[in-house]
Design a protein around this ligand. Structure first.
Ligand SMILES: [Zn+2]
Length: 300
């Protein structure tokens, strides 16, 4: 731009010209300048240290003790619900909360056993999920027929979740955290997390989304109050599951076909692994076992 050329400093300043004539004085001045700069940095560092001591504190999560009247768990594969939210769901169901499970795939790819056909596996996993849900005290079980590994963010899939929310009307919805970035995550888990988030807000709430539910199926819009993600990198709420963790583990082992996939070290059990993680989470909170989640709360 023309104006910047006009206001630009000359390439060689008048001070530089003087310094060229008197090199010794210039060197002296530069050394003094350097000394002052070092002093300034030292002083600044000292004041920073005084203002913000570098002490690492344990992140403080909000302890939740309230039990809602209705909750829904939306998950990709048979066994994800028990792993992700089993301790809380067992506790809430026994306290009278009406729980609905929404299983999004048939789990047709979840085996390393090459003698099993996908059809046999689907039947086995559906039976295991029914047994686990019954044992947990889950009242409603919705099983969507999407193929394992085949979940996509489509209108059809979002409509399935919206319909389940409008039918069973949960206060709190649990799902996979789609935004975790530490470690690998199954693409179905990400898909369920994202589609559930969108279904909760705004699709289930607003009557002009999926109006056919209202006109043809007689459903009403529903506003979910809280969305809880399991598997979050940065959880913000914690629940005491000391009294329900045994029930969670007993439900989890109903998924017999998945036992080899749980990657438990030799000599250990899945129960020991779940308890070890829950005990680590609970440290500092005054209870023995805990489960932690990232929570979104809808505005009133
Ligand atoms: Zn899964």
């Amino acid at each position: 731009m023309a104006s910047s050329w006009q206001t630009a400093r000359p390439a060689v300043s008048s001070a530089t010209l003087i310094n060229r004539r008197r090199p010794q004085l210039a060197a002296k001045k530069a050394a003094a300048k350097k000394k002052t700069a070092v002093k300034k940095v030292k002083a600044r560092n000292a004041s920073v240290t005084r203002r913000a001591p570098a002490i690492r504190t344990t992140p403080k999560l909000t302890v939740v003790t309230d039990v809602p009247d209705r909750a829904m768990v939306i998950f990709a594969h048979p066994d994800d619900a028990e792993i992700g939210s089993g301790g809380v769901i067992a506790r809430w169901a026994s306290a009278g909360c009406e729980v609905t499970y929404v299983l999004c795939t048939n789990g047709s790819a979840g085996t390393a056993d090459r003698s099993l056909t996908p059809e046999e596996l689907v039947d086995r996993r559906a039976a295991e999920q029914r047994a686990a849900a019954d044992f947990m005290g889950v009242k409603n079980l919705v099983m969507l027929p999407h193929p394992d590994g085949g979940l996509e963010d489509t209108r059809e899939f979002r409509g399935d979740i919206v319909r389940a929310i409008r039918t069973y009307r949960p206060h709190t919805v649990f799902a996979h955290d789609p935004y975790r970035f530490r470690g690998f995550q199954h693409r179905d888990h990400r898909a369920v997390g994202i589609v559930t988030t969108d279904a909760v807000y705004p699709f289930a709430r607003d009557h002009l989304h999926f109006p056919e539910h209202i006109v043809r199926e007689g459903l009403e819009p529903h506003k979910v109050r809280e969305l809880w993600y399991w598997g979050a990198d940065e959880p913000d709420v914690i629940v005491d599951v000391s009294a329900s963790i045994d029930k969670q583990i007993a439900a989890l082992v109903r998924h017999e076909s998945q036992m080899p996939g749980f990657n438990v070290p030799q000599g250990g059990t899945i129960g020991e692994r779940v308890k070890k993680g829950a005990a680590e989470l609970a440290r500092g909170y005054g209870f023995k076992h805990a489960a932690a989640f990232r929570r979104l709360i809808a505005r009133r």
